[in-house]
Design a binder for this molecule. Sequence first.
Ligand SMILES: Nc1ncnc2c1ncn2[C@@H]1O[C@H](COP(=O)(O)OP(=O)(O)OP(=O)(O)O)[C@@H](O)[C@H]1O
Ligand SMILES: [Mg+2]
Length: 521
Amino acid sequence: MLQDGKLYIGTSRKPDDTNNKPEYLDLKFGNRHGLVTGATGTGKTVTLQILAEGFSNAGVPVFCADVKGDLSGIGAMGEPKDFLQKRADQIGLTPYEFQEFPVIFWDLYGEKGHRVRTTISEMGPLLLSRLMNATDAQEGVINIAFKIADQGGLPLLDLKDFQALLNYMGENASTLSNQFGFISKASVGSIQRELLILEQQGAVQFFGEPALKISDIMRTTNDGRGAISVLAADKLMMNPRLYGTFLLWMLSELFEVLPEVGDPDKPKLVFFFDEAHLLFKDAPKVLIERVEQVVRLIRSKGVGVYFVTQNPLDVPETVLAQLGNRVQHALRAYTPREQKAVKTAADTFRPNPDFNCAEVITNLGTGEALVSTLEGKGAPSMVERTLIRPPASRLGPVTEAERQAIMKVSPVAGLYDEDFDRESAYEILTARAKKAVDAAAAQQQADADQTSQQSSGGSRWTLPGFGDEEPAATSAPKQAKPRAGYQRETVAEAAMKSVARTVASSLGRALVRGILGSLRR
Ligand SMILES: Nc1ncnc2c1ncn2[C@@H]1O[C@H](COP(=O)(O)OP(=O)(O)OP(=O)(O)O)[C@@H](O)[C@H]1O
Ligand SMILES: [Mg+2]
């Protein structure tokens, strides 16, 4: 049943309820994206769990969010339970073996995992506007703020930096308006108030350094399994915009950082987007268009994006059309919207003459789904009514003690736990400004040392191939150049200088931004 190059999802059923055949996700189409949908309690999270397990075993790193805390058990050995054994017997999964998976826990708040941060500069104007739910006028001002910062090589690390720049813009609105376009003082003020709200909601912890390195979510173990990064999202879900924007930022980073690989044998990374409706809900049209574009293009970087949501109508049609591998759990069909969802879901499958899709969708049992994956030259397989396999890891959460134990031996233990020390950062950066070339070389060396230290000598973990070059290639210019001469207290002065530089159209090292506004590397 376990085949090379394929991920076993479950076993499909004939109309008389006997076993039909095993259903697989072909790893070479793993980057052709996917969709897992179904009403609450129908088995979406377990499906996500067994897909993540399958990818990990195939050596594919996985990133997923743990929205309800019930996915963390993927880091623990499964435990025998009657109903799980029954399912295994039913689908012919014998022997049903348990396994624990190499998990890295992450948490924006640093409570249930390693800290995840990024800088304002790296997030960019589009996503920051989205995070703040900015009006058009506010977005205009945010764009100008980034123009000033980017063109002058002025790094915006945290919310304080951004506040300082806004202060400066407010105080010099009329002069700056001449150079950059109209800056409304009222909009500047309202953005500053929004920033305070964000700060109170805990976003202040998310912005700063050390920023997450994408190579750290692309690790594999020495025995060739892909790391499963699990983002604690229960608290984060209380701030749905931060959740949605954060995942978009991750996607955007992946897109900007990873090299083109065409269509690989298996994905380089699989990214699960749980509660995907939060991503699109009330999102401006331009953002949806950009997301659609990134999803389309990221495939050739070997990244598979899997949306998980209750209702297929939650995902815009242009995005939906790109999701090749589908697992549709049961839907209800009471309200007109629900009926429409059933129809949409049914219509997107390649029909099976044995049954009526729309009818079956409303009658599927828990942990049962309509499954269609890409096969052959990349065409969707005929839809099959499928019993999903039980997980090999634990169903349900890890205990606090287990979580701590996993974090302690994590390959990123200690790398992100402390905020970057400002004083020493400043000293380092000043030194770099003086001897930019030497310092960049030293940084390269330091990064190489760190990498080899992490990936050698009995460690259970290795970094991805690109990660060996990536830190040196990206962080040197990122830190050594634009951040050189940076001094928190004098953000306004620096802004002034950078404006002067820009105006004089001299050397201002403009940063280039990608589709979703992340920095181009
Ligand atoms: N493949 C499966 N094998 C065995 N049991 C399953 C399977 N899938 C689901 N179940 C059972 O159904 C329960 C609910 O599944 P799950 O938590 O995945 O639902 P969900 O769709 O994620 O719900 P929610 O929308 O509330 O998050 C599980 O706790 C488990 O008991
Ligand atoms: Mg769930």
